[in-house]
Write a protein of this length. Structure first.
Length: 264
């Protein structure tokens, strides 16, 4: 490939496509997943092939697109990525655990796509918004206990970066990020807020049905009307869309004390 030819990228996770979109680099995509199309509907207007995600993709479908770089992010299946590498295609595999990791991944995607300056602007914007919300929480304010659920069978606590968002919005994250728990343990903890954001469910988690099945009707979060579903892409996608999750947390945790009218 000569220097004049644009990079050909295959994105195997929505977070990667979202970052490329924020950087104005969607034109580099030659392949993406159907989940990327759900996150970025305007991608369907481009000539981009749809491939399987980083768990189930095959080297054959990737080879057909002649990519210069394949970018994957967790969760991914190592065997799938190893097969792509064996077929001769460079793979960039990302595995963020916290906000700092996400910032570094954005910078890395910016570097490989020729948008380092734009990536730094995206990171700075994310940090500024998180700081703004954090500073809006009054010193000494009560910090409601927040249970965030990434999956319901088994029950799994949301990731570390979600805990950071909860804390920035003035809450106290219940449990250990990414670990399994039980309905009985959550009942005993009796959190002030319950947030269900199941991977792949978008905004369709049946909160009332879940509460009834787990006999959580008497929990303080349920009685106060603070058992809610937040779209999973706002919490489970390590990209700038996390700011939507932050604002949702702020609305739920401290709806009066934090002015969320800005930066909507």
């Amino acid at each position: 490939m000569s220097n004049a030819e644009p990079l050909r990228i295959v994105s195997l996770q929505p977070s990667i496509s979202i970052v490329l979109d924020c950087l104005g680099k969607l034109g580099l995509l030659v392949g993406c997943t159907r989940y990327c199309l759900e996150a970025l509907p305007h991608l369907s207007q481009r000539s981009v092939a749809v491939v399987h995600d980083s768990w189930s993709t095959t080297s054959d479908e990737i080879t057909a697109l002649r990519p210069d770089l394949v970018i994957a992010s967790v969760p991914y299946r190592q065997e799938s990525l190893a097969a792509i590498l064996k077929a001769g295609h460079p793979v960039l595999a990302l595995a963020p655990h916290c906000l700092a990791d996400i910032y570094q991944d954005i910078r890395l995607i910016g570097a490989v796509s020729g948008a380092s300056e734009g990536a730094e602007q995206v990171v700075n914007s994310m940090q500024a918004e998180i700081d703004r919300v954090r500073n809006s929480v009054e010193a000494g304010s009560a910090r409601p206990v927040v249970y965030c659920e990434e999956w319901g069978k088994p029950l799994i606590h949301s990731q570390h970066w979600v805990r950071e968002l909860v804390e920035a919005a003035g809450g106290e994250f219940l449990g250990e990020p990414g670990k399994t728990t039980t309905a009985e343990a959550i009942e005993q903890a009796d959190p002030d807020v319950i947030v269900l954001a199941w991977c792949g469910a978008r905004d369709r988690v049946p909160v009332d049905r879940v509460v009834a099945k787990r006999s959580w009707q008497h929990l303080r979060a349920v009685e106060a009307g603070r058992a809610v579903c937040i779209p999973d892409e706002w919490l489970n996608t390590p990209a700038p869309t996390l700011l939507k999750g932050l604002r949702a947390f702020a609305d739920i945790i401290h709806p009066v004390k934090i002015d969320m009218s800005q930066n909507r």
